[in-house]
Design a protein around this ligand. Structure first.
Ligand code: C5P
Length: 234
């Protein structure tokens, strides 16, 4: 029994990293998971997979019941060794998932409460020993409210558009700066205004403005904060 208790999910530490698009969450979450040797959850990929399944199957992005059903039966798999890879119905879709079209469709699907509810337990199942670093919009507010540390990353919209541009170009994908600024503003507005789990920092989150911070500085700050938290709770 004691053994079970040690492995009870609630005792497995979670580091929740939330924030808007382009705030650096993805890169920082991956580096933190590597440095800590913890598991990694890219929750945005789940919403993107639902959106991609909808686009491919012709389910409209305002069809709440259709999208909820897709989310409930989503046949998705990730490769822990290769975080850029994701499989939808057994087929690798990593590249399609990263397009702006898919990101925008994901943001529409994510506004539907039934879709969010359908993905809740799937996200919590990523919490495995020795720990989990989780990237999203509601990791600290809804999915892991008992996270050991919650960090909310921000950056100015211009800086976030610039980062997104570089990211897409580095992957050889098409991108135009003006379109990205517009997309980011639209996505921020939709993610923040929705009734279901709107994008906002948890009351106990540490808010970090990364506009002028290097990736390494953000990672180091997060590790210092986490050590403090885990030390204090012992
Ligand atoms: O983080 P990423 O850009 O991949 O997420 C795509 C979209 O999925 C976001 O714009 C957001 O609307 C939605 N999302 C969400 N909750 C999460 C993760 C992503 O609503 N935990």
């Amino acid at each position: 029994m004691a053994q079970n208790r040690v492995h009870a999910p609630a005792l497995i530490p979670v580091l929740a990293i939330d924030g808007p698009s382009g705030s650096g969450k993805g890169t920082i979450t991956r580096l933190l998971a590597q440095r800590l040797g913890w598991h990694y959850l890219d929750s945005g990929a789940l919403y993107r997979l639902v959106a991609l399944a909808a686009l491919r199957r012709g389910v409209a992005l305002d069809d709440a019941a259709g999208l909820r059903a897709l989310a409930q039966s989503l046949d998705a798999r990730f490769d822990p060794a290769q975080p850029d890879k994701a499989y939808l119905e057994g087929v690798e879709v990593g590249e399609a998932l990263r397009s702006e079209q898919c990101g925008n469709a994901a943001s529409r699907a994510a506004a539907i409460a039934g879709v969010r509810a359908a993905l809740l337990e799937r996200q919590r199942a990523f919490r495995k020993a020795p720990g989990l670093v989780a990237d999203g919009r509601d990791m600290g507010t809804v999915i892991f409210p008992d996270a050991a540390l919650k960090i909310f990353l921000t950056a100015t919209p211009e800086e976030r558009a610039r980062r997104r541009y570089k990211q897409l170009k580095d992957k050889g994908l098409d991108a135009r700066m003006n379109d990205l600024v517009k997309d980011i503003a639209e996505r921020d507005a939709r993610d923040s205004a929705r009734a279901a789990a709107p994008l906002k920092p948890a009351p106990d989150a540490v808010v970090l403005d990364t506009t002028e911070m290097s990736i390494e500085a953000v990672v180091e700050r997060a590790l210092t904060l986490l050590r403090e938290r885990l030390g204090k709770s012992k």
